[in-house]
Design a binder for this molecule. Structure first.
Ligand SMILES: NC(=O)c1ccc[n+]([C@@H]2O[C@H](COP(=O)([O-])OP(=O)(O)OC[C@H]3O[C@@H](n4cnc5c(N)ncnc54)[C@H](O)[C@@H]3O)[C@@H](O)[C@H]2O)c1
Length: 293
């Protein structure tokens, strides 16, 4: 018995890294998988290749599972609608979407080009919207469905050099929370994962690639929570952000209102008031998830 027996799962960006492991483990748990991947470069472009998605689909079939591939881009709503049709035509259903398709175009904000801003927002934020928009009628009608979006500590906690990516990933976290509230009544869950994994996206970041880091940060540690969230066992869990990989599984706790006063009319009084509030407020978290010193 697998967690996803009888289920059909679309995995975008499934040709590499975390998406690949999500596709493989979803198939091991009994899912029929539509593996999507544009097959593009790290920084994303318009050109891609069908190779990565098809090779993961082949790997699943070789292991006795059922899989098909798709090499369109999540940046096109029409293309994602085509993925839904493909899943329905090929496997007769669609029950969950795991959406790790993503790119990076890092750089300090003062040097960032408009193209680097736009492309990262397009792939991550618009891509997440497209994936949700193209599938929601189907999920609502069957009163069942699960979305797993991908956010990042780069946005949740704030990593230098990634304003475009961090803004995109915070956008995805916000989208997740709101969509979860909207869709609860239809039996559709929406969660996000902030992964930590050694992939082509991160191999040049975060210091030396030791054997220990390779093992702890293997993308296979991210996939289990994505696959579980795709299953019916997880139906009580929605609107949450999980951190997974790099040695941990955690829930990222959201923003809360801190020290609160009555509203203030006179800006000249705010100096001491804000100083006092700042002293009482919890600090923002640093990249380790703990209060900044
Ligand atoms: N690796 C990490 O530690 C880490 C940390 C935080 C967040 N993330 C997020 O996790 C997700 C997966 O990252 P990864 O590390 O596995 O990266 P990866 O580069 O190994 O895999 C991403 C895949 O997405 C595909 N892709 C890119 N643009 C696409 C598009 N428009 N349409 C369809 N497919 C597209 C790529 O071809 C690639 O195969 C991303 O959203 C990333 O931002 C990763």
């Amino acid at each position: 018995m697998g967690l996803l027996d009888g289920k059909v799962v679309l995995v975008t960006g499934g040709g590499n890294g975390i998406g690949r492991d999500c596709a493989l483990i979803a198939a091991q748990q009994g899912a029929k998988v539509l593996v999507n991947d544009l097959g593009g470069g790290l920084a994303g472009g318009d050109e891609g290749s069908a190779g990565p998605a098809e090779s993961v689909a082949q790997e699943i079939r070789a292991a006795g599972g059922q899989a098909a591939s798709n090499s369109e881009s999540v940046t096109s709503l029409k293309a994602v609608e085509g993925m839904v049709e493909q899943a329905l035509d090929t496997f007769g259903g669609l029950h969950a979407v795991i959406n790790p398709a993503g790119i990076l175009r890092d750089g300090m904000f003062h040097k960032m080009t408009e193209a680097d801003w736009d492309k990262v927002i397009e792939v991550h934020v618009k891509g997440s919207f497209n994936v949700a928009r193209a599938t929601i009628e189907h999920f609502r009608n069957q009163e069942d469905g699960a979305y797993m979006f991908f956010t990042s500590t780069s946005g949740l906690l704030g990593n230098i050099g990634q304003t475009n990516y961090g803004a995109a990933k915070m956008g995805i976290a916000g989208f997740t929370i709101i969509a979860a509230r909207e869709l609860r009544r239809y039996g559709v869950t929406v969660n996000a994962i902030a992964p930590g994994a050694l992939t082509r996206l991160t191999e040049n970041l975060g210091g030396p690639v030791t054997e220990d880091r390779k093992e702890r940060s293997n993308p296979r540690w991210v996939a289990p929570i994505a696959v579980w969230l795709a299953s019916e066992e997880s139906r009580e869990v929605s609107g949450r952000v999980f951190e997974a990989g790099g040695g941990i599984l955690a829930i990222a706790e959201g923003w809360h209102r801190g020290p609160t006063l009555e509203q203030v009319a006179d800006p000249t009084t705010l100096g001491s008031i804000v100083k006092d509030m700042m002293a009482k407020a919890r600090k923002n978290a640093g990249m380790n998830g703990q209060d900044l010193d």
